[in-house]
Design a protein around this ligand. Structure first.
Ligand code: ASP
Length: 477
């Protein structure tokens, strides 16, 4: 007993002298409920995680397994099987039918049945008849497509709040858009922060908010990811969890490479590069709110909660598992190759060429150049209908010797913070492609050394990605 006391006194004395020990003790001694009041996680669940009562149960288990998961952002129920229809799509169709003057009772019933199936499966004492009567009225009075689509999340929020025993907060009260329909980040942050400040928990439906006149406005499709991020910023969460149906961000597209490895940790910048080049992870705009506060994002799998998923962070000293973090790409580019002798002596050549693209409202992707050649890479779909205007515009602007177009090109981005410190990455990419018998049309290494972009023919796209994946990942497994 005495010895124990002495030990305690020694610890106390040390703690008094050393504030670090004091703090460590402080947090260790906190009872669990206090710790959970300090720690905050925001958990957003995607549509497939909430498509049925069975999925909802998994979600509730996840939330109850960690009491720091205090703020929950649901999507609308998604697909239950591959050719099912998302509730959001049913709502859009129903609204369009109402706008065309059709009877919508059957369509509304079908939508209500989706919720009813969940309510009954969860044995909830909840009746949505009144909500559907209001919706019917608003649809007929043409309250807007955004209003219609938002009901998917709104109703799912009511169901979830009831099932979890959490408070429900209508996103229309805390997610605000300005008169022109632009998301008002700062106003929202203030209003949401005040509202959630003293709350233990809440369900806030994703995807929508309100304009100053109270009318409902949604983000673009997939926008519940943005709401989750906004809530995480407002409550200064320790972590923003984004629960979906894959175990994190994959090194490359699973439609191209079978069962690609998941990425353990990725930086916001790397993710942005991959997302821009076509990797579908989260809504692109969802990164900005959490990034402002340096809050990490954890992508998790509702169907495999034991998997750690992918951490998306501002920066990390963790070495990536492989030299590259990810590979993504897109097809459908066109190269405009311009040749002119002594081009190198003409100051302003590039500016004049790019101005032609600007005047035609076409954004360019890359501009590789040689001594007497200058190439502009653009999206074929944007370029096609204006191609003759652009060609004549370039002739007028710089009087080239020739302009030649090459279509059906694909761009592949090989992204990785690990490339900066590693020699021979480009060499390995080129030899992998040479072995796969693929001709490289273009090469571009970003100045940040975070990515290497290569251009190949559309036809070679899949084989090229597989060859690059194999050289950096498969051979290292
Ligand atoms: N339910 C909406 C959609 O299907 C928003 C979302 O799920 O994030 O796009």
């Amino acid at each position: 007993m005495k010895a124990e006391r002495q030990g305690e006194n020694r610890e106390e004395n040390e703690a008094r002298k050393n504030p670090e020990i004091k703090n460590r003790r402080k947090s260790r001694d906190l009872p669990d409920p206090v710790r959970s009041m300090i720690m905050k996680k925001v958990a957003k669940f995607g549509g497939s995680s909430l498509a049925s009562a069975g999925q909802m149960k998994k979600v509730a288990d996840i939330i109850h397994a960690d009491e720091t998961r205090r703020f929950v952002v649901p999507s609308a129920p998604g697909k239950r099987y591959s050719d099912d229809v998302k509730v959001t799509d049913l709502l859009y169709r129903c609204y369009d039918a109402a706008a065309a003057g059709e009877d919508i009772d059957g369509r509304l019933k079908e939508i209500q049945a989706r919720y009813q199936e969940i309510i009954e499966g969860l044995e909830l004492d909840l009746n949505l008849d009144e909500e559907f009567a209001v919706m019917r009225d608003y649809f007929q009075r043409q309250a807007g497509r955004d209003y219609a689509a938002s009901r998917g999340e709104y109703l799912n929020g009511l169901v979830m709040a009831k099932y979890l025993g959490f408070k429900f907060i209508d996103a229309a009260e805390v997610v605000l858009f300005d008169e022109r329909g632009n998301f008002d980040a700062e106003h929202t942050n203030e209003v949401m922060r005040q509202r959630l400040k003293n709350m233990d928990n809440a369900v806030i439906p994703g995807f929508y908010g309100a304009m100053p006149d109270g009318s409902i406005k949604t983000f673009s499709r997939g926008g519940s990811d943005i709401t989750g991020s906004i809530v995480a910023r407002a409550v200064k969460a320790d972590l923003y969890e984004n629960w979906t149906d894959v175990s994190g961000v994959l090194v490359t597209d699973p439609h191209v490479v079978k069962n690609p490895e998941p990425i353990e940790t990725i930086t916001y910048r790397e993710l942005r590069e991959l997302a821009y080049m076509g990797a579908s992870v989260m809504h692109e705009e969802a990164i900005f709110p959490v990034r402002q506060e340096g809050i990490p994002i954890n992508i998790r799998n509702t169907n495999r909660p034991q998997d750690p998923g992918t951490m998306i962070v501002e920066s990390t000293c963790r070495q990536p598992k492989y030299v590259i973090t990810g590979i993504a790409g897109k097809k459908g580019f066109c190269a405009i190759n311009i040749e002119k002798e002594m081009m190198n002596t003409e100051i302003g050549f590039g500016r004049k060429v790019l101005q032609v693209f600007e005047e035609n409202g076409i954004s360019f992707e890359h501009t590789p150049s040689g001594i007497d050649t200058y190439t502009v890479l653009v999206h074929q779909s944007e370029f096609e209908e204006k191609e003759q205007n652009v060609i004549s515009g370039i002739h007028r602007a710089v009087h080239p010797d020739s302009i030649d177009l090459e279509s059906n090109l694909a761009l592949i981005a090989i992204v990785g913070r690990g490339m900066k410190a590693t020699k021979g990455t480009a060499g390995r990419i080129f030899s992998a492609l040479a072995h796969a018998n693929i001709n490289i049309k273009m090469i571009d290494q970003g100045s940040s050394e975070l990515n290497i972009i290569i251009g190949v023919r559309d036809l070679d796209f899949e084989v090229a990605i597989r060859a690059i994946y194999d050289i950096f990942v498969t051979t290292q497994l």
